[in-house]
Structures are given as C-alpha cells and as structure tokens.
Design a protein around this ligand. Structure first.
Ligand code: G1P
Length: 279
C-alpha cells in the first residue's frame, strides 16, 4: 500500500516576504506548530510513514525541525514543558525522513520529478504544506484519499469548488460524475482565466500519484509561467488512463497568503490550541 508522502518545499514563499527571506515558508507557525508539521501529521494519520521532502537553498531549518535537539531536550527534561514536544517526538518515532534538493525552480511538476529518487516505482502522496487541511468531523483529507486509492488504484487529486473569479490561482478540472463527490477527469487546465476555465472545481494541494507520472512529467513541456506543470502531466495521464478528482470532506486554508493564514491561525487556536490538542 501507499507508504510514501512527498513534500515539495523548495519554493520561495514570495507572498510572505519579508518573513520568508531567510526562513522556509513551510516553517511559518500556525499558532504553535510550523505548517509542514500539520502536513506530516496528516500523512502519518493516513498511514504514510516515509516522508520525502524536496528542499532547496535556505531550507535547512526543515531538516533540523524533524530531528532531535539534544540541548533543548536536556534543558526541559522533567519539566512540564516536555509536553510541547510530544507531537514532534511521535513523528520522529513513527516516520522516516529523506531529503533531496531542487537546485532550480522550474515548477511543481519539476519539483515532483526531483523527488523521484526518494519515491521509486510505487504510488505516493503529495502534500503542498501551505494548503492546510482539517476535518473536524472525521478522517483527514489524505486518509480519505488513501481509502479511495485502495478502491480505484489510480491517480487521485483533491478538489474544491472556488469562486469562478479565482480560477487563475489553481489547476481546474472538468469531469464526469462517477460517484458521491467523485469525478473522472476529462479536462484539466493550469490557472485559467475565468472565461477559459472548464469549471470552478479547483485542485488543492493533495494528490495521490501513480509512478507512471514521472515519465509523463519528463515528457511535459514548460506550460503556464514557463514552468513544468503537474497539471499538464496529469492531463496526459487522464487521457491515457484514469485520473479521479475528489471533492474532499473538510476545510482547506490557503496559508501561502496572509488572509488564509490568519483564518487558519484563528481556526487552529480555537479548535486545537484552546482545547489542549495542539501538541
Ligand atoms: C499549485 C498547482 C495548482 C494547484 C495549487 C493548489 O499551484 O500548480 O494546480 O491548484 O498548487 O494549491 P501554486 O499554488 O503552487 O501556484
């Protein structure tokens, strides 16, 4: 079954400058936890224990975060502050972490292809950590998607309905309804203008990909913004085989920008921090 989860984390985080000038955007805290930790927790909840992270220059804090800090551990040993590290210790105990570097920023498709040596020839999940996803009612988004993968055995992308004026921020799909909240993808366009969008069903940062995607990415020409787009490779996969789009249960916050980040912060403060579930 699926064990691996890839986190493309080499991006510059320009929407959050100057905060992200010397700090990875994935390390921005939402209340008391960095964004990427929420993503890794969601992966572990879904049974994905082999965490692969595509990093880049200036991203070493990510590796330090998913490691022991002996000095700090020693300092707080036996005090009530130890509780703050319970969550991260669980991740270190139950997951493995591997890293590779993307030396040039050539788009999300290229970032995923850079992760190939860490993934090999098996299906895997992809999490874009700045999309923070929560579901207070039940399974996390990746858990929902892993369950679907077991049933359909093909690539699955998470989607949500967005304001038709916002399609230029997303990969947008069109498809045939094949079940509750499930579409078989017919068309996919990266960041279309509203007038060119095939629908208002937008891809968010959760994917389960079958490994044939790597070859398709290799064959993909630069697209929107001159970058190698995962959306274009997925479109080929949808034409040749099957790609399913899943309208997930839960809420997604776009933490790549100030508005979504503040909403996520308020939400996590209310539902996790104040209720003692934040560690
Ligand atoms: C990327 C993808 C886009 C997807 C989005 C989800 O865009 O290229 O298809 O809809 O993530 O967050 P980015 O936000 O990195 O520009």
């Amino acid at each position: 079954m699926i064990k691996k989860c890839l986190f493309p984390a080499a991006g510059y985080g320009t929407r959050f400058l100057p905060a992200t000038k010397a700090m990875p955007k994935e390390m921005l805290p939402v209340v008391n936890k960095p964004l990427i930790q929420y993503g890794v927790e969601e992966a572990l909840d879904a049974g994905l224990t082999e965490i692969s992270i595509v990093t880049g220059r200036g991203k070493r804090a990510l590796e330090d975060h998913f490691d022991i800090s002996y000095e700090l551990e020693n300092q707080i040993k036996g005090t009530d502050k130890e509780k703050y590290l319970v969550g991260i210790r669980k991740l270190l105990d139950e997951c493995s972490f591997s890293y590779t570097r993307q030396t040039e920023m050539k788009g999300l498709g290229h970032a995923i292809l850079t992760g190939r040596p860490l993934i090999g020839d098996e299906p895997f999940a992809v999490v874009l950590a700045d999309d923070l996803c929560v579901n207070l009612e039940g399974d996390g988004v990746l858990t929902q998607m892993v369950k679907l993968y077991k049933q359909y055995r093909c690539t699955i992308v998470a989607i949500q309905e967005v304001d038709p004026q916002e399609t230029h921020k997303y990969g947008v799909i069109a498809g045939d309804l094949i079940g509750d909240d499930l579409y078989r993808v017919r068309n996919m366009v990266e960041k279309p203008k509203p007038e060119d969008a095939p629908s208002n069903l937008a891809i968010i940062g959760r994917y389960i990909l079958t490994p044939d995607i790597f070859k398709l990415i290799e064959e993909t020409e630069p697209g929107k913004g001159g970058e190698i787009q995962i959306t274009d490779a997925l479109m080929k996969q949808a034409q040749d085989g099957c790609v399913i789009a899943y309208k997930f249960k839960g809420t997604r916050f776009d933490c790549g920008g100030a508005e979504g980040y503040i909403e996520a912060t308020n939400f996590c403060f209310e539902h996790f921090y104040k209720t003692g579930k934040a560690y």
